[in-house]
Design a protein around this ligand. Sequence first.
Ligand code: NAD
Length: 492
Amino acid sequence: MSNVIELDHYIGGKWSPSKSGEALKVINPATGATMANVPMASYTDVGAAVSAGRAAFRQWRATPVTDRIRYLFAFREKLEYYFEEIARSITEECGKTINESRGELRRGIENVEVACGAPILMQGYNNEDIASGIDEHMIRQPLGVVVAITPFNFPGMIPLWFLPYAVATGNCFIFKPSEKVPQTSAWLVRLLDEVGLPAGVVQLVHGGKEAVDALIEHPGTQAVSFVGSTAVARYVYAQSAAKGKRAQCQGGAKNIAVVLEDAVMDMTSTIVADSAFGCAGQRCLANSLAVTVGGAKGVFTEAMIEAARTRRVGYGLDEDSEMGPVITPESQSYIEGLVDVSEREGANVLVDGRGKVVDGFRNGNWIFPTLIDNVDSASTFAQTEVFGPVFGLMHTDDLDGAIELINSQNYGNMACLFTSSGAAARQFRYAANAGNIGINLGVAAPMAFYPFSGWKDSFFGSLHAQGRHGVEFYTQTKVVVERWPSGWSRKF
Ligand code: NAD
């Protein structure tokens, strides 16, 4: 008997086979084994989900917010109960280590917890007597059916950047996870089904471009949240705007860490190596380049060589592994190709992770930590998102030069500074053009109660994911100006 799971969409409160007849394999990136077949939704599948969402919306928005969040409290308990199983699912389909999977799930759960504050978060404001006997109020109302399209690299966390806020504020939510990692999403939906969330409030459609186009184009959807590569983020943003929908689209990144001479060097190299090689570099907040300033060059380079050489690469379910594989063989070839190009463009490969294999896992997509030096600011490597465990070094004379390098990038997801100087830190946070800043931190991931603030080509839109921004994104403001004539006021 085959162990391959046949996945279904979840539409109108039921697990539903796809009408399209098309499916893709879901492959464990460490073992190469096929774990599941994922259906590719057609316009018909998406149409059915939007209709079910629209049918559910009337009742859901009329459900008091205090009752809506009770489902989220129950969902949170389920996530805690099945925490290890879900973390395992993340590792199996996405490749990261089990500890990294636990970490991302924890950050996802924090978003559920924050969204439980919806009774306060979605409050409006008011004034009495804006004119004699006339009052004015602003209230927030849900949009209707809203959509999220998510990437492969955080299958447990990124859907939860959106789902809890959308649902708590009274919307019906349809999400389309990456076709490479659909099983963790199925876990999330299974738990929402178990807590009795009404049919149509959260729905799952699997698929690729056709499903995305159908979700954007359908006149019954009101807003689109997207996380993925910049090219697709830009496309989804433009398509959504053309249809008159609000959109928040998070894209790719090229995050630079600046290391000053006065940084605490052993801490800095440990943190930067974790950022660069953690999750096999497949984090939108991975440091991809360091710029050393002045005398930081020698000691930092030596420490990074040591960190790259000694990181334990292996199957993510093995508790000793410190780094897993990359997501697909295509991704592996792309990343190795970028190292080849860098060499041709004059960079020196100090630690070479190409062409390596983990014992017992010959079919995995392995690249070991790779370190390249003397990256030129005009080179392909300096300008291109790698999304793999390859870290580049550049060197400059002063902090101004390092900030200039950051600001010349098209991306603006995160920039980090390592220093002991408060004045340097202040200058950096003031002048670096990136939406997330880390001072002596290598993965400056905003907590659930802060916006995930990408800039430039890393984000298209105005309201980001998470926290208050999430609540604002999923609600529209209505302003009411009212006069209630009474015996007393009639004389005015
Ligand atoms: P991707 O752009 O390939 O896919 C993202 C989603 O878009 C998936 O659901 C996919 O099915 C869909 N998609 C792919 N091609 C499409 C097309 N042509 N038209 C419509 N939809 C399409 O991204 P990925 O490889 O899954 O994820 C990695 C990327 O995501 C990296 O660039 C990374 O930096 C970025 N990312 C950004 C953030 C952030 O917060 N800025 C967070 C995580 C990941």
